[in-house]
Design a protein around this ligand. Structure first.
Ligand code: ACO
Ligand code: KIV
Length: 568
């Protein structure tokens, strides 16, 4: 008897639901994203500060170069007041002139005068640079961490901003200087207070034409559903004064696994800019993944303004720099994300590829330019530098479609449907007994053994044929029958029926039920494939022949069927 279910033993009473935002006239749900937001990569700061082993200078340079190559124009390069390594890295970028003209680096600092001064000093000589200042504004942080009230909390932000302005004037004369402020833990901060602090910071910075401020509103710890974050962002975006001079920025983390949705809904709610990391590195469960966000736009026909065309090179570099693996199922970049093992998916993909090619041909455009619509593949793997090799892999969950796809892809063989069924049963028997994946070369060697070996009871050694002009076909063939070489002759309405007739002389009874042939394409020496479905000794089997002469291929296919019927 199944035991009765016990009441939950999870202590859920310890947690309270996040308070929603009162915004009945919210507009974000009916918006769509038609343009990429501004991106900021914080791989070298928030990503780096969460690594088991932070990046050494060589890895930092490699990551920076990758980000530049991909097209990121805003890159947070470190926390220079935190360590000599971070400070030296920023100096090296500037002194070695490694920052392209159109790239704005930024550096993070706490709101502490000594740290701000050192942070600003790290930027001396930069063409363009931003200082990013933060202080936590949420109630628990005010009460527990800083032991300040609202006014004192606001004063930290205001004084910090004054320091930034003062030191920038002192040290950064020739720099196109920008400023970013983050009320850290914005997501848990009372909205009216977050607004009050941001307004006070703006009063010091004085944004205006040519003097933007970035107000970054982080979901430092993701604690609610993405719609609530979107409400918060829309509320802030609508409430801020001097909005046209403010870049509203979001910085989602992924604690609930909904960082990407939070960022997307926040952009619909009015955010102009998104901060995140490649493959979602960052504190705890990570920052929002910039690859997923960019590729999500791409898959909707929106230019992500970032180059993802060699996703494996990006993944390898990130793995090398962070010394952490990217999960095989990570959206767009994981090893397995364009692979189907299961039969019905493989069948649909195989049909989808054919339809895609036909559509492209009908439209007169190359497949690589034609509108993509293939089942189970939200994007063309080739658009991110993958090939179709891994799209279909065979294991015990696979059906005929997958096996047939591999035979076509790797060997130009279009197996007729009933042969697909017959051969996939052979592969299924193997995968059921061995478990695991059946490699493409094993599929081929099995096919060769089952259908192409010439060691059966009948083999054609040579043949000559003639027609009488009235549709009758005559064949004379040297045939090895059960180990003996015989000269046989037969007539029929084609080579196969003539050969069947010839075989009846040596007591081999074959009734052909289906016949299919095709050229295997390619070069001048290309072969033809012939497939014969035949009833032999009451058994229906398929045989396959491959040869540069289609007649020889068809005779071989018949011998192949005879061989199979003798074996099974
Ligand atoms: C959400 C985020 O990712 S924020 C970025 C977090 N990243 C990092 O912290 C990485 C780099 N940080 C560091 O290396 C160090 O924290 C340093 C060098 C900046 C400072 O080191 P320390 O002076 O030893 O201070 P410590 O690390 O203990 O920080 C805590 C102190 O800073 C204060 N503090 C924390 N954040 C801020 C802030 N944004 N503004 C002002 N003060 C702050 C705390 O209240 C605490 O002060 P207390 O010692 O008077 O109680
Ligand atoms: C400093 C801020 C932007 C931050 O990293 C966070 O809140 O997660």
């Amino acid at each position: 008897m199944v035991p009765q279910q016990q009441p939950s033993r999870m202590p859920f009473h310890r947690y309270t639901a996040f308070k929603p935002v009162d915004l009945p006239d919210r507009t974000w749900p009916s918006r769509t994203i038609t343009q990429a937001p501004r991106w900021l990569s914080t791989d070298l700061r928030d990503g780096n500060q969460a690594l088991i082993e932070p990046m050494d200078p060589a890895r930092k340079h490699e990551m920076f170069q990758l980000l530049v190559r991909m097209g990121y124009k805003e890159i947070e390069v470190g926390f220079p007041a935190a360590s000599q390594t971070d400070y030296d890295f920023v100096r090296a970028l500037i002194e070695n002139d490694q920052i392209p003209e159109d790239v704005q680096i930024s550096v993070l600092t706490q709101a502490r005068t000594d740290l701000i001064e050192r942070t600003v000093q790290s930027l001396v000589g930069a063409h363009r640079a931003t200082v990013h200042l933060y202080n936590a504004t949420a109630p628990t942080f005010r009460e527990v961490v800083f032991k300040v009230d609202r006014e004192q909390c606001k004063a930290i932000a205001v004084e910090g901003t004054r320091d930034v302005v003062r030191f920038a004037e002192q040290y950064l004369g020739g720099t196109d200087f920008g400023y970013e402020y983050s009320p850290e833990i914005f997501i848990d901060t009372e909205l009216d207070f977050a607004l009050e602090v941001c307004e006070a910071v703006m009063d010091v910075w004085q944004p205006g034409p040519g003097r933007e401020i970035v107000l970054n509103l982080p979901a430092t710890v993701e604690r609610t559903t993405p719609n609530v974050y979107a409400d918060q962002i829309e509320w802030m975006s609508r409430s801020l004064t001097r909005r046209e001079h403010v870049a509203v920025s979001v910085h989602p983390h992924n604690d609930r696994g909904t960082g990407v949705a939070s960022a997307e809904l926040a952009v619909m709610g009015g955010a102009d800019r998104v901060e995140g990391c490649l493959f979602g590195h960052g504190e705890r469960t990570g920052n929002v993944c910039l690859v997923t966000l960019g590729m999500n736009l791409f898959s909707q026909g929106v230019d992500p303004e970032i180059d993802f065309s060699d996703i494996d090179e990006i993944r390898r570099t990130v793995e090398h720099c962070t010394q952490l693996p990217v999960a095989p199922r990570h959206p767009y970049g994981g090893d397995l994300v364009y692979t189907a093992f299961s039969g019905s998916h493989q069948d649909a993909i195989k049909k989808g590829f054919t339809a895609q090619e036909e559509r492209a041909e009908a439209a007169g455009v190359p497949v690589a330019d034609s509108e993509w619509d293939v089942p189970y593949l939200p994007i063309d793997p080739k658009d991110v530098g993958r090939n179709y090799e891994a799209v279909i892999r065979v294991n015990s969950q696979s059906g005929k479609g997958g096996v047939a796809y591999i035979m076509h892809r790797d060997h130009n063989l279009d197996l007729p449907r009933r042969l697909q069924i017959e051969f996939s049963r052979v592969i299924q028997t193997y995968s059921d007994s061995e478990g695991g994946e059946v490699a493409a070369d094993h599929i081929w060697s099995t096919f060769e053994r089952e259908y192409l070996s010439e060691g059966g009871p009948v083999a054609v050694l040579a043949h000559r044929s003639s027609t009488d002009g009235e549709g009758s076909y005559r064949i004379d063939a040297d045939v090895r029958v059960r180990g003996e070489i015989r000269e046989l002759s037969g007539t029929g309405n084609g080579p196969i029926s003539a050969f069947c007739d010839a075989l009846s002389d040596v007591d081999v009874k074959v009734r052909v039920m289906d016949y299919v042939e095709h050229s295997m394409g390619g070069d001048g020496e290309s072969s033809a494939a012939a497939y014969v479905e035949a009833e032999i000794e009451g058994e229906v089997v398929w045989g396959v022949g491959i040869h540069s002469s289609i007649t020889t291929a068809s005779l071989k296919a018949l011998c192949s069927a005879i061989g199979r019927s003798a074996r099974i």
